[in-house]
Design a binder for this molecule. Structure first.
Ligand SMILES: C[S@@+](CC[C@H](N)C(=O)[O-])C[C@H]1O[C@@H](n2cnc3c(N)ncnc32)[C@H](O)[C@@H]1O
Length: 226
């Protein structure tokens, strides 16, 4: 797949000379996200791995809210990784991870796994379907048993958009790149089932977004011992 460009996405503003980027959308969705994740993450420990961390503002907020978890950011875009590191200077640097690859095999990932949580916010619709495939398959391999995969963003449900804004956004994405576009929750559930992940919940979020939750309940097919 094409690598993301190293130019800051136009949806982000430069927030400081150290590379920090600011996403206006972050300020609208961070509190609802923290509220939805609180019942799931309270009391959990271990390592939480984020795919496609963007500016790094979400993971910085999550780190503050859930300090018992060790939070690891990642993004294939070097400008975004620099922003992640600038927002969280005490954390280990964001990793260069392409979710469409066999990322659990990367030594820097394998050394942190198995994960208590794998989180990806607003990624699967802006990237080709191969990214969703790699993300979910990788989660099936890299999550601890009982670990959670959380996907957040706009989705289609059984072929239908959840609101007119999402339909327009989908059309805009597909016009820019026909390989991108809103993903259907049924397709993601099908991917997850094949990866050994049980569907747990589809949580309605503001602005017609959803939080999709899966739990690793068994070893993925092809995993040693499965
Ligand atoms: C729309 S932004 C979302 C960023 C952040 N998660 C948020 O919600 O603000 C999508 C992010 O996915 C990253 N991305 C694009 N292709 C990717 C891939 N193949 N694997 C992992 N991340 C990818 C981009 O670099 C970008 O940071």
């Amino acid at each position: 797949m094409a690598r993301p460009t190293s130019a800051p996405a136009p949806r982000y503003r430069c927030a400081a000379p150290d590379g920090r980027l600011d996403s206006p959308v972050f300020h609208r969705n961070v509190e609802p996200l923290l509220a939805a994740l609180t019942p799931l993450l309270e009391g959990r420990s271990g390592t939480a791995f984020e795919i496609g961390s963007g500016t790094g503002q979400h993971i910085a907020a999550l780190r503050r809210a859930f300090p018992r978890l060790v939070w690891q950011a990642s993004d294939p875009d070097p400008v975004h990784r620099k922003s992640c590191d600038a927002w969280s200077p005490a954390a280990s640097p964001a990793l260069d991870i392409d979710a469409a690859s066999d990322w659990p095999d990367r030594p820097e990932v394998a050394g942190l796994a198995p994960f208590a949580l794998i989180l990806s916010l607003n990624v699967v619709h802006i990237a080709p379907w191969s990214v969703a495939i790699g993300l979910v398959a990788g989660a099936g391999r890299a999550l601890a048993r009982g670990g959670l995969l959380a996907l957040y963003g706009p989705f289609r449900e059984d072929g239908a958009h959840t609101g007119p804004g999402n339909a327009a956004f989908d059309a805009q994405l597909r016009a820019q790149d026909p390989a991108s576009g809103l993903r259907d929750t049924a397709d993601l559930r099908w991917l997850a089932e094949g990866a050994g992940l049980a569907f747990r919940a589809l949580v309605p979020m503001p602005a017609n977004n959803r939080l999709m939750l899966f739990e690793r309940t068994r070893l993925a097919p092809g995993t040693p011992g499965a």
